[in-house]
Design a protein around this ligand. Structure first.
Ligand SMILES: NC(=O)c1ccc[n+]([C@@H]2O[C@H](COP(=O)([O-])OP(=O)(O)OC[C@H]3O[C@@H](n4cnc5c(N)ncnc54)[C@H](OP(=O)(O)O)[C@@H]3O)[C@@H](O)[C@H]2O)c1
Length: 331
């Protein structure tokens, strides 16, 4: 089968399309014929060596949608050919509050979805929401799940509240915006690109601010009061976001693209600010997220690339040129 593989670190250009053996499902596993996959920042970080526990060579890719191609021993509740979407969260465990030790994400160290076939545990295979195309279904798993848990399970965003979403061009952040608008919350977004701010307004963003302006947080605060910040930028973006939050507000952090953040402790305790970390999501989060997409919501797709142009697709993400999800067409 064809697969997009990484043999050496050195950036997106190291991704190569090659022919490898088709894997076979073991007990309690399913072979999925992938139709479409999607990129996450994680895939780019892995090519750059900026991810823990890298083992090479590997097929990257956490997100995928396709059809059931073969069943391993002990799996008898799926139809061959059934359209499915894969939950890339492996081994979450039984505690809804936190993942279990040893939990991992599809696509490193386990071979991922940038291939014609992938083997995954049965419990990670879910019916594709019928209203979504294969490309749309492939766009949602990792980013949609992370955003769902950040917005609702951890962020507890409610209708009528205001959420600040820094860096709206990000794959996860566009989902936070979709979810916020779907429940009738207000959304303030930032971006370093006028074009992305415009796109965000078309998706319902109430206020759109260019973060290249030094005091964007003051503009955000005036547009508030802000109840929740959902952030993955880190660096000074997180510190500035905190200063825009209303007293008693909440911050959910799921990444640190721009590095570590120095936070002013006085304003944290004086204003009773609640900072919460989150990563990926539980099986219950994944099911709840799929229900949202089952009721008509559509993910934002940036571009669709053929498998042979995986390196170019990853380079687009490395340069943060995208708005929404970058898709790899497999079938
Ligand atoms: N913990 C988890 O489970 C989990 C899951 C998914 C992602 N993550 C992490 O979350 C981060 C984003 O992931 P992703 O896949 O959504 O990546 P992505 O699509 O590449 O998004 C990154 C975004 O960062 C934004 N950005 C860059 N400089 C910024 C600044 N100065 N202020 C605000 N935003 C800025 C950009 O927004 P603009 O283009 O609008 O400027 C860019 O689109 C990564 O660090 C990733 O590792 C963690």
């Amino acid at each position: 089968m064809k697969a997009v593989r990484l043999h050496e670190l050195g950036g997106p250009e190291q991704l190569t399309l090659e022919e490898i053996d088709r894997p076979a499902p073991g007990a309690d596993e399913v072979l999925v014929r992938i139709h479409a996959a999607a990129f996450n920042r994680r895939d780019v970080f892995i090519t750059q060596g900026l991810y823990p526990g890298i083992e090479l060579p590997r097929t990257l890719g956490s997100d995928g949608a396709g059809v059931v191609a073969a069943l391993g021993a002990g799996v008898d509740d799926l139809e061959l050919g059934a359209p499915v979407v894969i939950n890339p969260m492996l081994g979450w465990g039984n505690d809804p509050h936190v993942w279990a030790p040893g939990a991992s994400i599809l696509g490193m160290p386990r071979d991922g979805t940038f291939a014609e076939y992938v083997v995954v545990p049965r419990i990670n295979v879910y019916p594709k929401p019928p209203g979504l195309s294969m490309e749309e279904a492939a766009a949602i798993p990792l980013a949609g799940l992370t955003a769902y848990r950040a917005t609702f399970t951890r962020g507890e965003l409610r209708s009528g509240e205001t959420v600040l979403i820094p860096g709206i061009g990000g794959g996860v952040q566009t989902f936070v915006l979709l979810y916020a608008k779907a429940i009738g919350a207000r959304a303030i977004v930032t971006s370093g690109s006028e074009e992305k701010l415009e796109r965000a307004k078309q998706l319902g963003a109430d206020v759109a601010i260019d973060y290249r302006s030094d005091d964007w947080q003051k503009i955000a605060r005036k547009a508030g009061p802000i109840d929740l910040v959902v952030d993955s930028s880190g660096g000074d973006t997180l510190a500035k976001s905190l200063s825009a939050l209303r007293p008693g507000g909440r911050v959910v952090v799921y990444g640190g693209t721009r590095g570590e953040s120095a936070i002013k402790l006085f304003s944290l305790f004086w204003n009773h600010i609640d900072i919460r970390g989150t990563s990926m999501g539980s099986p219950a989060d994944f099911r709840a997220m799929l229900e949202v997409f089952g009721s008509g919501l559509k993910p934002v797709i940036d571009r669709v690339y053929p498998m042979s142009e995986a390196a170019a697709a990853a380079e687009r993400m490395a340069a943060s040129e995208q708005f929404g999800k970058i898709i790899l067409q497999i079938a």
